[in-house]
Every structure is written in C-alpha cells, then in structure tokens.
Design a protein around this ligand. Structure first.
Ligand SMILES: [Zn+2]
Length: 94
C-alpha cells in the first residue's frame, strides 16, 4: 500500500452517448462558495435550497459548489450535446 501513487479524485458527472452508447464522464465545474459569491450564484443556491431572497445562506452551502457544463462531447464519436440536469428534471431545449 505504501508504494501506491495517490489518485487525486475530482467530482464528475456521467452520461451516455445516444449515438454510440459510450459511457462518458466530464468533470464538474467547481466553484468555491465564499461570502463574496456573485448575486447570480447566491440566487442559484437559494433556489436549490428553497430559500427566500432575504434569507442568509446557511453554513452548509459553504465549500465547493458544483455546476454542470453547458455542452458535452462524446469521447468516442465526437457527438456534441447540450446538457440538462437530471436531478432537477429541467428542460433546456429551445
Ligand atoms: Zn458517442
């Protein structure tokens, strides 16, 4: 065990390519949540936590905030996709 290198693990999302079926992974975009977080970011956090605009952000959201990329590209066939958050069930189709 002592001789093993250490893998530096990063948060990531997985998705399946509809064209070729390849299982793909893409790194999450991580941003550190601090007191000087932008209004846009604080608003996004409030919405996902169900908080009103006037409420203080709880300490539990401090740390890293994960964001999905807008587009992903299949590592095998090169097909490009717009993304949607499967957790939120949102639909970003035009
Ligand atoms: Zn593919």
């Amino acid at each position: 065990m002592a001789n093993l290198h250490r893998a530096n693990l990063h948060p990531a999302f997985s998705w399946d390519c509809e064209e070729c079926g390849e299982l793909n992974f893409c790194r999450a975009i991580t941003r550190e949540v601090t007191d000087d977080a932008t209004d846009e970011m604080q608003q996004a956090i409030r919405e996902s936590c169900g908080l009103e605009d006037w409420e203080e952000l709880p300490d539990c959201v401090a740390g890293l905030w994960l964001t999905i990329p807008n587009t992903v590209v299949c590592s095998r066939c090169g097909e490009r996709y717009a993304t949607k958050d499967s957790q939120a069930g949102g639909d970003s189709d035009e």
